[in-house]
Design a protein around this ligand. Structure first.
Ligand code: EPZ
Length: 448
């Protein structure tokens, strides 16, 4: 099994291009099920989750091919078989990639039928889909659950627009909004989604759907209005840049006291992160992209020698993103003072706490809050990756730690970061991918 071997203490310097967003590309790939015309998506990262979804779409009658240079690869999708036999998203795939749930809305709207395995929980929580189902039922879909599968059937005359409150106990749902918005584009009449997710990836999906002929307004606000149309056409769409990857690399610069310039950086989609980084003493010099585009800007990241502590709570967008919580915690372990981190989206998203503590971090968890007492240094150790973003946090800690850090089970990281070790090595990090069988005996470790 692959591990990362990191020798800490190297300052990162240089520039790198931010790749296309996994969390925009996944629902946008599912939107290819809304039309029988060709869909081209540009800047689709080559990640395990993307590959899983392409395989699943193939089983759903949507043929795909993905080729091109790292970070600028093109995904070409074309739905050619919309039979009910080809409308079953099997458990074997869904259990490995919960974003498969985003095939439900497009299929039931276009084909009148969909069968999607209920996604299970994962390392960061039980991940229910009740809001997805509530939204689709409001559009007239008949939803049944049997044998672990969700079956959705549209009435003979198709789905019908409705006014839907999609808020849950944690606020809005990102993929739930994607599912219901996609379905509503082909429903008859007007749909209002109140308490819709405002995430930039949802805005990017709406922009793609509008290019396909959908009539959507309010994207980026909590109130989405969709006028149904009879059908949608093909599209050629460039996926937005990945704000979570950008935030991760900004913190890699900060934790190594480095100097990195990020190209193609969606700085305007990460203002909550920018505010916290500035409060920590991290400097961001922003140069807008072509046509003054602040979603594809160049951002030079440097930092004060000693970082200041901060407090933050993860929130739905435009609040601080939960997907950067672990990376911030890793960085704040070396700040000069006590920081307070509260996780409001996935209250169990703290699997990185025990692993960072193995490296000498001083962390005290009280429920959904962790107090981070800054320490002078971290010490390299064998640690265990558990979920995608926790793994990224451990990489950051390893970059700054004294000595060698081994990160086991980096397949978690491969789900969300393309060639991370190559890109960090290009910036001067001492990091390489090693099969754990080839590790010297004294370097393996971590609980099994
Ligand atoms: C998306 O997941 C992202 N994944 C997650 O990123 C991200 O952490 C999450 O949004 C929150 O920003 C993709 O976009 C592929 P939610 P999603 O529905 O849509 C509860 C990563 O690391 N909820 O917005 O599945 C849920 O339990 C991943 O890239 C319900 O109660 O998340 C959570 O507490 C991890 N019922 C909260 O809402 C529902 O029907 C937000 O979940 C749906 C969600």
């Amino acid at each position: 099994m692959d591990t990362f071997l990191i020798e800490g203490g190297k300052r990162l310097e240089g520039s790198l291009r931010v790749f296309g967003s996994k969390n925009a590309a996944l629902p946008e790939m599912c939107a290819a099920l809304l039309t029988n015309q060709p869909v081209t998506l540009r800047d689709v990262p080559n990640l395990a989750d993307i590959k899983s979804l392409r395989n699943l779409l193939g089983e759903l009658g949507c043929i795909g091919e993905h080729s091109g240079p790292a970070g600028q690869a093109i995904m070409r999708l074309h739905t050619q078989d919309e039979s009910h036999e080809k409308s079953h998203a099997r458990y074997e795939i869904v259990r490995t990639m919960r974003a498969s749930i985003s095939t439900l809305g497009p299929m039931v709207a276009r084909r009148g039928f969909a069968r999607v395995s209920m996604p299970g929980g994962c390392a960061i929580g039980d991940r229910p889909v009740d809001l997805h189902l509530r939204g689709l039922a409001a559009l007239g879909a008949e939803i049944t659950l049997d044998g672990g599968d969700i079956t959705a059937r549209a009435p003979k005359k198709g789905l019908k627009g409705a006014t839907i409150f999609l808020g849950g106990q944690f606020g809005s749902t990102v993929l739930g909004t994607a599912n219901v918005m996609c379905a509503a584009t082909l429903a008859k009449g007007t749909t209002v989604i109140e308490s819709a997710a405002c995430e930039p990836e949802i805005v990017d999906l709406a922009v793609m759907l509008i290019k396909m002929g959908a009539k959507i307004s309010g994207h980026g606000s909590p109130r989405l209005v969709i006028e149904g149309v009879d059908e949608l056409k093909g599209v050629d769409h460039a996926v937005m840049a990945d704000r979570i990857e950008a935030g991760t690399f900004m913190l890699a610069a900060a934790i190594t006291n480095g100097d990195i310039t990020l190209e193609n950086c969606p700085i305007d989609a990460m203002l909550a992160v920018k505010a916290k980084l500035l409060a920590m003493g991290i400097h961001l010099a922003v140069t807008p992209g072509a046509n003054n585009n602040l979603l594809r800007a160049a951002v030079r990241v440097t930092s004060a020698r000693t970082l200041k502590p901060v407090e933050f709570t993860t929130q739905p967008h435009p609040g601080f993103p939960t997907d950067i919580q672990a990376q911030m915690m890793a960085t704040l372990t070396l700040a000069d003072g006590n920081s307070v981190i509260t996780e409001r989206i996935f209250p169990e998203r703290f699997l990185h706490v025990a692993e960072l503590s193995r490296m000498g971090a001083k962390l005290m968890r009280q429920g959904a809050t962790v107090i981070v007492s800054g320490v002078k240094k971290l010490v390299g150790a064998p640690v265990m990756a558990s979920d995608l973003r926790a793994s990224a946090g451990l990489v950051l800690a390893g970059l700054a730690a004294e000595g060698t850090t081994i990160i086991n089970r980096v397949y978690h990281l491969d789900r969300g970061y393309e060639k991370m070790e190559d890109r960090l090595a290009k910036l001067g990090a001492s990091i390489r991918r090693v099969d754990d069988k080839d590790l010297p005996a004294n370097l393996t470790g971590g609980a099994d």
